[in-house]
Write a protein that binds this ligand. Sequence first.
Ligand code: NAD
Length: 434
Amino acid sequence: MRIAVFGLGYVGSTTMACLAEMGHEMVGTDPNPGKVELINAGKSPMVEPGLPELLLKHRGKGRISATTDAQEAFDGADACLLCVGTPPAADGFVDQRVLEIVALQIADMRLATGRMVPMLVRSTALPVVHQDIINKLEKRLAGRQSPGYVVHPEFLREGSAIEDFFHPAKIVFGCTGDQGRHFCEGLYPGFDAPIVFTDPLTAAVAKYADNCFHAVKVTFANEIGSLCKGMGVDPRKAMDIFCLDTKLNISPVYLRPGFAYGGSCLGKDLSAMNTFGRRMGIKVPMLASVEDSNLNQIRGVADRILASRTKSVGLFGLAFKERTDDLRDSPLVILGAMLDRAGVKIGIYDPAICAVAYSGSHMAYALQYLPDLRKMLSDDAPKVIGESDTIVISRTFPEFAWRDLPWREGHSIMDLNGRLDLEGVNIPVIGLYW
Ligand SMILES: NC(=O)c1ccc[n+]([C@@H]2O[C@H](COP(=O)([O-])OP(=O)(O)OC[C@H]3O[C@@H](n4cnc5c(N)ncnc54)[C@H](O)[C@@H]3O)[C@@H](O)[C@H]2O)c1
């Protein structure tokens, strides 16, 4: 295929060289004549291991060329890859100007030639930016063509960009409709990586989630490092042990949006580390902010429920997680208390708690927050549903066929779990974040 690359920076040059290695004819365009000249001389415009060799090789084979003339790059191209910069604007938001200019420029060239050439956007931009550009493309194309705008985030790292290109952890395409999908499907034959087709906005977030997580990981390791120094512990050894745990630590566990954490250990141990840091004058702002962020999650749910002006809430699940009766630091106890204090009538169904309501060792803890807890508890799920307008469900309760429970008009469900099978339940369901 002949592929045009818009923007010959780190991403554009690497992508161009790697796709040439895969046998494609690559034409790059960039307003910077210095970069164009270097590429046409078979040289790399930036320092990146392996890049000069690939550019030289494929310039020699005639598979790579560069031009400052966007039209020249577009002519005859089967697809356009947009690799232009999206630097931070003055307020830290995405500066979308160049991306927008190039997308509209390609749209104009498409209209002039009548060729529906898909544009694959490798530049990083927030969903709202992509949506704005898609809207502008739709307006510009005025029904004559569809946008053909595919968000195809780039995950490579400078310094190992070529290795990352050929061995990606994942390949993501966010397509608007079927436009461009056929081209995408054929772009990475034989790559040993999951290929995900999704919508453009989800694809965009996938990239941001990665980079936010990487930043959080580095900061986490460094904050543990600073606390370790204060404790006289070598954090390299401690974190080597941490990383051995691929079940809970380096794994998908705890990485699904859901309700706040709780339980007798997480809050307590986090608090111990933060207090040690404070006593020693060691600043760990990320760890120090976690408890507040967690509390915000609980408050956010309480606010949403209260804003709905519901008079009665049935909490399905009260312990901090399922299959336990442990109420210590349960976010559901805190949520119940927030609603109770606001005058909402509370009913609670949690079989693990009902079984120990009069003997459970943690009842005393929960009673501080919910003095009427024993009156609120019931082991009769239909009764709790019958007496409540809003049902807040925090676990899956596999024992229920939800559709068979006594729903009525005026009921609504707030789903804090995200894995509920609510098929056939014909009342409004409000997801936590979905
Ligand atoms: N650098 C990385 O490691 C990396 C990794 C993943 C994603 N990204 C994202 O990829 C995008 C590009 O990043 P980069 O580091 O390659 O940026 P860069 O600044 O190195 O390159 C951008 C290029 O776009 C060119 N350009 C400006 N206006 C243009 C126009 N009208 N037409 C064509 N080209 C134009 C610039 O001259 C420049 O050469 C950004 O959105 C970035 O966030 C970067």
